[in-house]
Design a protein around this ligand. Structure first.
Ligand SMILES: [Zn+2]
Length: 301
């Protein structure tokens, strides 16, 4: 009996071995590593507003390039041939609007067959810094979510989930701005920089005074500085606000004349190298803005 079992076992082993031998001998085509397209969608952002909102909605599914480098002023940026090549090789190009980035028109003329999205369109007489209110940024995020889902249908649920998370953050941000800026000693935001905060001030009932226009090319004339100084004295303003890309000596001059504090406000469209490397988000910048507005306007919360 035992011999019979051993023989059966032996036959079984031989059969298995034979089968393996037969398979191994067959001419199986050599394994070729399949050409797997990169799983990440290649997206180019004009500047940091488009970049940070794309990251917010697209997360790990995106490989994002940014045309305006950190530390560079976005309104008067001049694209290079490399900018056009980067956009041409993208699956999607996202910019804010030609009002904010006039140079985008040159890029759009130079490319064909690339999906493009104007994420922050605005009316002719509107302040083009539409993302400077939380719900303005949410509108942009919605357009970005739709464009990403269209370009990359496999990621539709992922993008939609991330949009919903961002929507929650925006609601909380809007509530915080409304609550924290409700009762302040001063409602005048004097800004030694360009007119980027008009939408924000209007939304939360603040008065906004800026040194220059909606681009960075306004003149910093002595007359304009004198007007600001007069306004600060007359309205008992406690602080002047400035921005990273405008030389702070202008703000310092105004502050010394009037003996008030200087506090930064962030436009999001301008990002320092440090903030870019540490991945500062739209929400982070807006929370910094709220903190500094509360300080400068002496709000009671
Ligand atoms: Zn601007």
């Amino acid at each position: 009996m035992r011999k019979k079992v051993t023989a059966v076992l032996l036959l079984f082993i031989l059969a298995v071995f034979g089968l393996w031998w037969w398979h191994a001998g067959k001419k199986v085509p050599a394994a070729v590593s399949p050409v797997v397209p990169s799983e990440k969608l290649h997206v180019t952002a004009s500047g940091y507003v488009a970049y940070t909102l794309l990251k917010q909605i697209g997360g790990d599914r995106l490989e994002i390039s940014m045309l305006v480098p950190p530390g560079t002023e976005p309104h008067s940026f001049e694209p290079t041939p490399g900018s056009i090549i980067a956009v041409s090789e993208s699956d999607l190009f996202v910019y804010v609007s030609p009002r904010v980035e006039p140079w985008v028109k040159d890029i759009l003329r130079g490319i064909t067959g690339v999906n493009t999205l104007e994420a922050g369109p605005c009316l002719k007489d509107q302040d083009p810094h539409v993302w400077m209110t939380p719900y303005g940024a949410l509108d942009m995020a919605k357009r970005i979510e739709k464009a990403l889902s269209k370009t990359d249908p496999a990621g539709k649920t992922y993008y939609s989930e991330r949009y919903k998370q961002f929507e929650q953050e925006i609601k909380a941000l809007h509530d915080a701005f409304g609550r924290d800026l409700a009762d302040c000693q001063s409602r005048a935001v004097v800004h030694v920089g360009h007119l980027a905060f008009g939408n924000l001030a209007h939304t939360y009932g603040l008065e906004f005074r800026a040194l220059t226009g909606t681009s960075h090319q306004g003149e910093h004339s002595v007359q304009k500085l004198a007007d600001l100084v007069r306004f600060i004295r007359k309205n008992k303003v406690q602080a002047v606000f400035t921005e990273e890309m405008v030389a702070s000596d202008l703000a310092d001059t105004v502050a010394q004349e009037t003996n008030v504090r200087v506090l930064p406000l962030y436009t999001v469209e301008e990002v320092s190298k440090t903030d870019f490397d540490s991945g500062v988000t739209y929400g982070d910048y807006m929370r910094r803005n709220l903190h500094n507005l509360k300080e400068g306007l002496k709000c009671r919360v």
